[in-house]
Design a protein around this ligand. Structure first.
Ligand SMILES: Cc1ncc(C[n+]2csc(CCOP(=O)(O)OP(=O)(O)O)c2C)c(N)n1
Ligand code: SF4
Ligand SMILES: [Mg+2]
Length: 287
């Protein structure tokens, strides 16, 4: 336990945007009084994935691209935990892209933070799905995961922050955790988090970000307005930040629990019928 709850020192390059994401997550969890033993943080493989080593929590590195099924399973196993998935744009939008749309659709009670740097940092700078046309000879149009999330009716919380704007990043990280804690389901927060070594976008992003939180008349509860505005801003070459969409829909675990599903971690394993089932399961491995 001492080892689990003693954060390691980050090994990121000086100036990596992921430092800001770590600071915001630690700050938000402290401000919301979430104790370390009630945090479950799972990370994908990538520079961003090492964030999980740097804060006090339970959790582990899962397989590359498998953050969302892992955190969904953890939440169903113990709905009392604060469950957070963290990873990169390669992890979440390339190899893990198939899971993203189903997670939006299922709306599990988890927070998912993607550190988008438009590159595969850990493997030395290949183009990711969000890399712009021209980066490393990329001939494809970049993916907009915010618009993907908006196009899926089950999604309930979509926000984007920039690690160069720490006050807003902290506020949105807290809002994401609060949405999920209130039973609202999945909160998705993409953070524009520059990779200073392989794709240093600080200069470009500083001038192209656009804050919808400050826009008069913008209604984050209006999905159609959000989608139209995202499209317009994209055409103008802007990167929208802020609380982009929030809606209401029951969380996956609330629906599952209504179906007589008892979360495994909350079952009384001293009950004779349950201990019999556990013993049978163990015996089946021995046979
Ligand atoms: C199944 C599998 N395929 C490929 C890899 C190699 N790999 C490790 S990290 C990575 C991409 C990392 O990019 P991203 O998720 O954007 O994280 P970043 O390092 O940029 O934070 C890849 C392709 C792997 N570890 N496992
Ligand atoms: S290679 Fe890029 S993403 Fe990885 S730690 Fe360095 S700056 Fe961050
Ligand atoms: Mg990346």
């Amino acid at each position: 336990m001492t080892k689990t709850f003693t954060p390691a020192r980050p090994i990121w390059c000086a100036g990596c945007g992921d430092f800001g994401v770590l600071q915001a997550l630690v700050g938000a969890m402290e401000e919301l009084n979430i104790p370390p033993h009630e945090r479950f943080v799972t990370a994908g493989i990538g520079c961003s994935g090492s964030l999980q080593n740097n804060l006090s929590c339970y959790g582990y590195h899962t397989l590359h691209g498998r953050v969302l099924p892992t955190v969904t399973g953890a939440k169903l196993a113990n709905p009392e935990l604060t469950v957070v998935g963290v990873g990169g744009d390669g992890d979440g939008y390339a190899i893990g892209g198939g899971h993203l749309m189903h997670a939006f659709k299922r709306n599990p009670g988890i927070t998912y933070i993607v550190m988008n740097n438009g590159t595969y940092g850990l493997t030395k700078g290949q183009a990711s799905p969000t890399a712009p046309t021209g980066y490393q000879d990329n001939v494809e149009e970049d993916l907009d995961p915010v618009m993907l999330g908006l196009s899926i009716p089950g999604s309930t919380f979509i926000a984007r922050a920039y690690s160069g704007q720490p006050a807003q990043l902290l506020r949105l990280t807290k809002a994401a955790l609060e949405h999920t804690a209130a039973g609202g389901g999945m909160s998705y927060l993409e953070v524009l988090s520059p990779c200073v070594t392989y794709n240093d976008t600080y200069r470009d992003w500083r001038t192209s970000v656009y804050d919808v939180d400050e826009e008069e008349g913008y209604e984050p509860t209006n999905r159609a307005m959000a989608f139209t505005r995202m499209q317009e801003l994209r055409e103008d070459g802007r990167l929208p930040l802020g609380l982009i969409y929030t809606g209401e829909r029951p969380s996956l675990e609330s629906l599952s629990l209504n179906m007589d599903f008892v979360a495994p971690a909350l079952q009384d394993i001293t009950k004779p019928d349950l201990s019999g089932v556990c013993n049978d399961a163990l015996q089946s491995f021995i046979k």
